[in-house]
Write a protein that binds this ligand. Structure first.
Ligand SMILES: CC(C)(COP(=O)(O)OP(=O)(O)OC[C@H]1O[C@@H](n2cnc3c(N)ncnc32)[C@H](O)[C@@H]1OP(=O)(O)O)[C@@H](O)C(=O)NCCC(=O)NCCS
Length: 140
C-alpha cells in the first residue's frame, strides 16, 4: 500500500494501470450528496476480483473482506480509480489489496479515498474450493 500523505500531495500511483475507473452518479448518493459506502464496497469487490479470477483461471467467490477503510469521502462526479494487487496466494484462496483514488471534478485534486483487502476462493462447478496454481505478486 502507498504511504499516507496530505491529500494535496497525492497523485495517482505512478507506472500502474487502474483495474477499474468509474464516475459515481447522483443515484449512487444519499440525500446529502455523499456516495454510499456500499457503492464503493461493491466496486472494490469487482476490482479485487479481476486479478483474482485471472490468477485462478476461472470461477471465484468472495469469502472475506479482511479490512476496509474509508479515509476520505467520494463525491458525485469524481473520477474514481481502483488499483488491485495480489497480496497472497494460498492453496485455494487469493488475497488482494485494493487502493482507491478520487480525482475531484471541480478542485483538480486527487485524494486516496479507500483501502481494502479482500480474499477470494477459487471454486469448481459445484461451488467447492479448488486449488489455485499461480504465483503471488503483480498488479492487475
Ligand atoms: C467460499 C466457500 C466455497 C469456501 O468453502 P469452505 O468450506 O468454507 O472452504 P475452506 O474452509 O476450505 O476455506 C477455503 C479457503 O478460504 C480461506 N478462508 C476461510 N475463511 C477465511 C477468512 N475468514 N478470511 C480469509 N480467508 C479465509 C481458507 O484459509 C482457505 O484458503 P487456502 O485454501 O488458501 O488455505 C464457501 O465459504 C462459500 O460458498 N461462501 C460463500 C461465497 C459467496 O457467496 N460470496 C459472495 C458473497 S454472498
Amino acid at each position: 500500500m502507498a504511504e499516507d500523505q496530505n491529500s494535496s500531495d497525492i497523485v495517482l500511483p505512478e507506472g500502474k494501470e487502474p483495474t477499474l475507473r468509474v464516475v459515481p452518479m447522483p443515484s449512487d448518493a444519499n440525500y446529502s450528496g455523499d456516495i454510499f459506502g456500499g457503492w464503493i464496497m461493491s466496486q472494490v469487490d469487482i476490482a479485487g476480483s479481476i486479478p483474482a479470477a485471472r490468477l485462478a483461471r476461472g470461477r471465484i467467490v468472495t469469502i472475506a473482506v479482511n479490512s476496509f477503510l474509508f479515509k476520505q469521502p467520494v463525491m458525485i462526479g469524481d473520477l474514481v480509480s481502483f488499483y488491485s494487487e495480489v497480496a497472497r496466494v494460498g492453496r485455494t484462496s487469493i488475497t488482494v489489496d485494493v487502493e482507491v483514488y478520487a480525482q475531484r471534478r471541480s478542485l483538480h485534486e486527487t485524494v486516496k479515498v479507500t483501502e481494502a483487502t479482500l480474499t477470494y476462493v477459487a471454486v469448481d462447478e459445484n461451488r467447492r474450493p479448488r486449488p489455485v496454481s499461480g504465483e503471488s505478486g503483480g498488479q492487475a
